[in-house]
Ligand binder design. Structure first.
Ligand SMILES: *Cc1c(COP(=O)(O)O)cnc(C)c1O
Length: 403
């Protein structure tokens, strides 16, 4: 394993030690406010945000509608109700997602990893409803990131995240991103599910080729294996399509969502197709907070905004322009090896270690996040317009040429 750089090792200047456990190498800025696509630190310095809380703050900062929705929701007095009881915002949100997708039912979690863990459990329950008890294996692919919990860490392809915590959960393996390879190894009596990010995020912003996703769909259908799309980073508008599976033109059996879902309040979701949902019974899964009234109200508002055709058209149009601008910066500076992506999800491969560029950009007032040793993600809020993006791109170009 060559890389010693976590994606979070963003900025080179580092913050002083605090009481927080040292799981992150934090940048030193202490942000005190934000508006639109900009954050302000305690010294009054303004940063343009091309990180968006790692693709979470899709509406940027200080969105008045989101704030009003949360305030209204609080006025009911209900922040949390147990999942032992009905709650109107949670039901409305689930119905909305069902209406808008292939799914028949939705499970709400509190994070992305938790959504994927749940999807693995649902896949196993479904697979064993018609297959042998051995039909339980979950396959992920090279470069995948699905989270850092028990099963999701086993499905995540990064030695640095895995090695200190061996042994990992069993029954989970990582395959090559290769259809022939998958066809040769996917035993229908053993495999319950394949999970894939339509566009890998942490793994370096890698869009999966359409033929790969189509071939995988056909293979999974043929072998009665559930196909799970992890859209936690690439879904909910980031491709310029509401779901990443709509961008891909391939319908999976389950989709997991999180990051932007509730506008920065912690929330995840699993969209479940009817055949899988039919095998799930009370007691099979649960979570204390999942889908409570406050987060569900926020998510209803966020999804309304992110599914707006005008918003999606904005992401497609401005995103294509953003890609062109990044390629132009690459041509002018000679500092980039490759520019990949779509919509508001771009990866730029640097000759230099990504962390060095991210650090200089930070000093120059631009927030970026790496994705591996030589890739930087450009994942601004989806509301970013050409004006703020242009200013950020100028700072990016300055950071690339200063090296
Ligand atoms: C961030 C991310 C996760 C994990 O989400 P958490 O909320 O941090 O648990 C899983 N999959 C993908 C693709 C992600 O980007």
């Amino acid at each position: 394993m060559a890389s010693t750089l976590a994606p979070e090792t963003a900025a080179t200047p580092t913050a002083p030690a605090t009481g927080l456990l040292g799981t992150y190498k934090r940048a030193p800025a202490l942000f005190v406010s934000g508006c639109g696509c900009e954050l302000v630190d305690d010294a009054g310095k303004v940063y343009i945000d091309f990180c968006a809380g790692i693709a979470t703050n899709a509406l940027g900062y200080a969105d008045p509608g989101l704030a009003a929705t949360i305030t209204q929701s609080l006025a009911s007095g209900l922040i949390h109700l147990s999942n032992l009881y009905r709650n109107a915002p949670g039901e409305a949100l689930a119905n909305w997602l069902v209406e808008r997708s292939f799914a028949s039912n939705v499970f709400f979690s509190n994070s992305g990893a938790e959504a994927n863990e749940g999807a693995f459990k649902f896949a196993r329950k479904w697979a064993r409803s018609f297959g042998p008890v051995e039909k339980c294996e979950i396959i992920s692919v090279r470069g995948a990131f699905h989270g850092r919990l028990g099963m999701t860490l086993a499905a995540t392809d990064r030695a640095q995240y895995r090695t200190p915590f061996l042994p990992l959960a069993g029954g989970i393996s990582i395959a090559e991103r290769d259809l022939d390879d998958l066809a040769a190894t996917m035993d229908p009596d053993r495999v319950a599910a394949v999970i894939v990010e339509p566009i890998q995020g942490e793994g370096g912003v890698r869009p999966m080729p359409r033929e790969f996703l189509e071939g995988l769909r056909a293979l999974c259908t043929e072998r009665r294996v559930a196909l799970i799309f992890d859209e936690i980073q690439c879904g909910l508008g980031r491709t310029g399509h509401f779901f990443a599976y709509e961008w891909a033109g391939v319908v999976p059996d389950m989709v997991t969502l999180a990051k932007p879902l509730a506008g920065g309040l912690p929330m995840g979701a699993i969209l479940v197709s009817a055949p899988i949902a039919a095998t799930i019974a009370p007691g099979d899964h649960g979570t204390t907070y999942g889908g409570g009234p406050l987060v569900a109200s926020a998510a209803q508002y966020v999804l309304g905004r992110l599914s707006d055709p005008a918003m999606l058209a904005h992401v497609r149009e401005v995103g294509a322009w953003l890609g062109d601008e990044l390629r132009a910066i690459g041509a002018r500076t000679g500092a980039l090896r490759e520019v990949r992506g779509t919509g508001f999800m771009w990866g730029i491969d640097t000759h230099e270690p990504a962390a060095a560029v991210v650090g200089r950009a930070f000093s120059g007032g631009l927030l970026l996040v790496g994705a591996g040793e030589h890739t930087i993600r450009v994942i601004p809020p989806l509301v970013a317009d050409r004006e703020v993006l242009s200013r950020g791109l100028a700072r990016l170009e300055a950071a690339l040429t200063a090296g």
